[in-house]
Design a protein around this ligand. Sequence first.
Ligand code: PEP
Ligand code: MG
Length: 571
Amino acid sequence: MIKGIAASNGIGIGKAFILKTKVDNSLYTGKKISASDVENELRRFKEAVEETDKHYDLVIEKAKGVLNDSEQQVFHAYKMMLKDPIFSDMVTGAIKNDSFCVEWAVISSAEQLKQMFLQLNDDYMKQRAEDVSNISKSLLLSLTGNTATDLSEILEDSIIIAEDLSPADTVSMNKQYVKGFAVEKGGETSHTAIMARTMEIPALVGCEKKIFDIKNGDLLIVDGEKGILIVNPTPDELDEYLDKQQEYLKAIEKIKLLKDEPSVTLDGKNVHLVGNIANPEEAIEILAKGGDGIGLFRTEFLYLNRVDLPTEEDQFLAYKMVADAMGIRPCIIRTLDIGGDKKSALLNLPNEDNPFLGYRAIRICLKEKEIFKTQLRAILRASTFGNLKIMFPMISSLEELIAAKQILKEAMSELDERKIPYNEDIQVGIMIEVPSAAIAADILAQEADFFSIGTNDLCQYTLAVDRMNEHVSSLYNPLNIGVLRLIKMIIDAGHAHGIQVGMCGEMASNPKYTRLLLGLGLDEFSMVPASIPYVKQAVREINYNNAVDVAKTALSFNETEKIRKHLKEEA
Ligand code: PEP
Ligand code: MG
């Protein structure tokens, strides 16, 4: 049995599919070959290029209908670069003239070429640097006998084992056959974990290193509730889990029946339940699960897996699609929140030791004004088609909010010049996810139309616990009294200024916390669509007046464990 952090509920049973995405470069650093091996190394290079080229063809074929044109272009660009004579001359030269093994010839040539591209003062060329890195990784996988695997190739019930999964990996997953995954990296609120919950696939993150001892084809069981992975179960264990799986599926079917029931407490208080999405297609999923709007559209996903930045028109179409799907229901569009564990090759982000404390979200947007304005114009244009609201992430001071609103004004003026209509009264809110913003919420409330509490980041910054770091995940607890006091302060400050306070961090999606948050006065709960029925069920079993008492008592405790026990007793 291997332990991990339970990231997405359910029981997954299938054969192990080891996704090898990385080769340890240090094994080949500076490795030399003898003169008699040169021909063999040149042949290996030629074969690896052919194999990788075929692999990209396969990916392009499978990407049709799944990825859009721009996303597919990435792989066409890889194919071109793979055959580029400059690159192949560099590699063959390093084998023939410097007697380097083919692996090191590929690694060092790719690095040289990458540096050449980065020095050119041209954004297009800088993006090619990222292509070179990816091609080099694919070639190395091929050279080490691990053909770059594409998750869309999975055609039997499987559990994926990997270091981590990128958004590109998950997009190409064949959901019919992927029954679960277990990855080494990440915590409960890492984006891989959030993605698993969105796709309703049982998953573990932050697993023990032992997962890499698993062999392709081993039979695995992912228990997404207990946070364990069972390797090659005994027949009894398998039977037990098949029963559990059936029970779980039955419970899900039952809970789905709540879809059309109102989200209202026993004593008649309506509670607004909305969804978090990462791409426009997911909007309909919110309605299917009984949600009533969008509390968070993570628009950064429009910027991933592309060769170029999304244009105003690309984005307009995405936001309009969301507005059309949701009708009069509110849709909060969060502006670009790239950085942290969401990287994009398009923005030339620096390599940082502490990316979560670095150049991310609004900090990038305030510097890259044109990129920001393009997005704002697109949201504004779509605002005439529905009830769109704008939300800025990672605000840490009033100055940042004022600067962002100033750029929004400029975007409005540009549309005025082009005589394009938009909703002039569009609401502009902020995420409260940085402790300084929570503490100064009363000041920020004077300039914001609404707040949405981002507990994923608020917890990591308040508790000084990296949300991606599995070694400190036990310290990451939203019930810490310091975090709860901040949540209370934010809600009270918002209400004192007459603005709505929602929550779009993962805390809002956990029915264990619904009573507490409701009692603290939260107006809106936003979560992955799959969680909506569970939170609705919790809401319907709560008495609001009792929730207020429960929250009050919770805040009087001085230890996390006492708060947890208190909530459990009251449930
Ligand atoms: C949060 O920080 O709580 C949040 C919702 O934003 P993200 O998870 O995208 O950082
Ligand atoms: Mg955040």
